[in-house]
Design a binder for this molecule. Structure first.
Ligand code: TXA
Ligand code: MG
Length: 328
């Protein structure tokens, strides 16, 4: 069975998707970061199906999506001026706040944690869906666990097609990397995952530096798992700009950051993330470019590093995780 993909611009489609969510089904929907696989956050059964469909370990908590910041008290305990400040400045948008959770949110959503990750997405279709469903929507990225996140409806249909009731097509995701996750359970707040809102902007809004979570401090924050966002093709992260293709008879693809220097002829395939040199452009093209290279049956993908500022942190984080080989 193939996926039913419908336009997110059509209000009848939004209504249908909302009906499916209200009745405990799963809907894939666009956000400004990546596509999400959504279910009613208050329906433990429906949320359990998300874990099943993604083959996601049950200790990996989901992000709850709201149509508006005013709905925050439904899922989180909020008496935190830092939350107000960040919500006002960055919502709707690619920022997830980790806050103490309310009692009535099913435990499966947060994998038994006392905290909940929550955000208000900026994509109009996402907000229309959540508003029409009249319930917070729990949604991970709509990819099989560990694989590259989807940034088009086609990506979702390719990998999860027959497992979701409906895919809302809202076009390619504008941001292209997942939301930044900040824990407000800590003082100072801790950056759990770099993402669509650059750390520098968060620190400016908060007037303080963010703590950086070390692996040992976040056993239950698994977008943080070392090998994640991975292609099936082995991926190597280059220490600097690409040089000539390594010798040998392997078919090697290049994920280039900017333009293509003369020296890099000989690759079996090349994807340039940002012809304009902009990190926002690179983030928006990252996952789709990885998928295109991954589809070619290459022996190896080599990725150029990008500048480590703004969205560059999120891009490098995803590339490092994709490059990490399974440890035995
Ligand atoms: O941009 C995004 O955040 C996308 C779109 C769909 O909103 N969602 C997304 O979800 O990336 P997912 O499930 O692929 O990654 C969510 C990450 C997981 O690594 C999870 O561990 C972390 O958020 N997370 C969720 N709740 C948490 C909590 N209470 N404490 C710590 N980490 C949490
Ligand atoms: Mg994910």
């Amino acid at each position: 069975m193939t996926a039913r993909v419908v336009s997110a611009d059509d209000s009848a489609s939004i209504q249908e998707a909302a009906r499916i969510v209200r009745h405990g089904g799963l809907v894939a929907f666009p956000t400004e970061t990546v596509y999400g696989l959504g279910a009613d956050a208050f329906n433990a059964h429906a949320v359990a199906r998300i874990f099943e469909v993604k083959a996601r370990p049950s200790f990996d908590p989901l992000i709850v999506h709201l149509a508006h910041a005013s709905e925050l008290p439904r899922v989180a305990l909020v008496q935190d001026p830092r939350a107000d400040r960040l919500a006002e400045r960055f919502w709707p948008g690619p920022l997830t706040l980790v806050l103490p959770r309310t009692r009535d949110l099913p435990e499966i959503v947060t994998s038994g944690l006392e905290t909940v990750g929550v955000r208000v997405p900026a994509h109009p279709a996402a907000r229309a869906l959540i508003r029409a469903a009249a319930t917070p929507v729990a949604a991970p990225s709509a990819n099989p666990f560990g694989y590259v996140s989807p940034t088009t409806a086609g990506h979702v249909a390719d990998l999860l097609g027959d497992k979701v009731e409906l895919v809302l097509d809202g076009g390619p995701c504008r941001v292209g990397v997942e939301s930044t996750i900040v824990s407000l359970v800590d003082e100072p707040p801790v950056l759990l995952r770099p993402g669509g809102v650059p750390r520098e902007e968060l620190e400016k809004a908060l007037g303080t530096s963010l703590g950086i979570a070390r692996a040992a401090e976040r056993p239950s924050a698994p977008g943080q798992m070392v090998r994640h966002y991975a292609t099936r093709t082995p991926l190597g992260l280059l220490p600097g700009p690409a040089g000539p293709v390594p010798e040998g008879n392997r078919r090697i693809g290049l994920l280039a950051f900017r333009s293509l220097p003369e020296a890099v002829q000989g690759y079996a395939a090349v994807e340039v993330l940002a012809p304009d040199g902009e990190l926002t452009t690179a983030a928006a093209s990252l996952f789709a470019a990885l998928r295109r290279l991954d589809a070619l049956g290459l022996d190896l993908i080599l990725a150029e590093p990008c500048p480590q500022s703004g969205l560059g942190h999120a891009i490098m984080d995803r590339l490092r995780r994709a490059a990490e080989r399974e440890r035995t």
